[in-house]
Write a protein that binds this ligand. Structure first.
Ligand code: UDP
Ligand code: MG
Length: 312
């Protein structure tokens, strides 16, 4: 590979309680980056780990000053940690990658070459296939299909966080200051010329996933509610449909009353109550999702807080 001396590459990695993985992660990342250029930084964001993650990282930093550590004041979550890293990265080309080696660092070279050619501003890692439990794979599959549909974003299906951007595109991404963040969506939203490389998402090397079903649900709903008004449209549509149905039913009731054949309808009354009640609750829930996100934005709290930045 041709080595470039004057460009700088930043690799941003969010880490939460992954002490058993650090050695391999750092070793493989350095090897790949050093093949591209001497001028790189590995910016690891310690997202409030409670195990020996920070000590491990500091140990590596003793030997290799190109490892920078951004230590957050507590656990802020994957997307916040990534944002923190991106805001502190100094490179001309900036990659984001999970720290559990599900995203193989070995792809960075290919991503960089594609960016460097000048044809693209963003290279997304697209998962050709995934490993892991069948339940989780199915949920992810459904989410990606649905999100592509409702968000109207392009090149978004099967795209996660793993990606590399040039400075121009990153500045665009960082200009989006919203608190509710689904980075793959935001990255697609900024536009520029987006390309992708396909890869097989590996199984996690060690440790356990920090994303349980509940957290995945939260991330998925952040993605959908912050990129789509379709849930509201569905509510409106069903609401209007209900109005028509009950208008017709109302006319029938009136006629029945006038002509004296009105029966005491126990089932129909109960069914309407159940139906209307559940529809109203669902709609309130959907509205709540948007109101909650508006509230989060208006609180205007910082997305993350830094405890210490181990920089040069
Ligand atoms: N992570 C983080 N903060 C969190 C949860 C996760 O920085 O609150 C990191 C984690 O250490 C890993 C990456 O984000 O490097 C992806 O997390 P994980 O593998 O648990 O998610 P999954 O791949 O299961 O979606
Ligand atoms: Mg993972």
């Amino acid at each position: 590979m041709i080595r470039y001396l004057y460009v700088m590459i930043s690799l941003v990695i969010p880490i939460y309680n992954e002490e058993s993985l650090i050695d391999e992660l750092i070793e493989r990342s350095i090897k790949v980056l050093a093949e591209i250029t001497d001028h790189f930084e590995i910016l690891v964001v310690d997202d409030g780990s409670q195990d020996g993650t920070l000590e491990q990282l500091l140990k590596h930093r003793d030997n290799e000053k190109r490892i920078k550590i951004l230590s957050l004041s507590r656990n802020f979550g994957h997307q916040a940690a990534l944002t923190a890293g991106l805001e502190h990265a100094k490179g001309d080309y900036i990659a984001m990658m999970d720290g559990d080696l599900q995203d193989p660092p070995e792809l960075l070279g290919e991503m960089y070459m594609k960016l460097k050619s000048g044809e693209y501003d963003v290279i997304n890692g697209k998962r050709r296939s995934r490993k892991g439990s069948i339940g989780r794979r199915m949920l992810t599959y459904i989410f990606h299909k649905l999100f592509k549909r409702v968000s109207g974003l392009r090149e978004i299906e099967n795209v996660g966080n793993y990606s590399m951007l040039n400075r121009n595109a990153l500045n665009g991404l960082l200009a989006l200051k919203e608190k509710v963040r689904y980075l793959p969506g935001l990255r697609s939203f900024v536009g520029f010329k987006q390309g992708y490389i396909e890869y097989i998402r590996e199984e996690r090397k060690k440790g356990k996933s920090k994303m349980n079903i509940w957290k995945l649900w939260l991330l998925g709903s952040d993605a959908i509610f912050s990129f789509s008004k379709i849930p509201l449209k569905i509510c409106l549509f069903l609401g209007l449909f209900g109005v028509v149905v009950f208008l017709l039913a109302g006319i029938y009731v009136l006629i029945a009353k006038i002509f004296g054949f009105a029966l005491l309808g126990w089932s129909s009354t109960l069914l309407s109550i159940y139906f209307l009640g559940s529809i109203q609750l669902t709609f309130l829930g959907v509205l709540g999702e948007y109101v909650f996100r508006t509230y989060k934005e208006s609180q205007n709290r910082p997305i993350y807080l830094v405890k210490e930045f181990y920089d040069d």
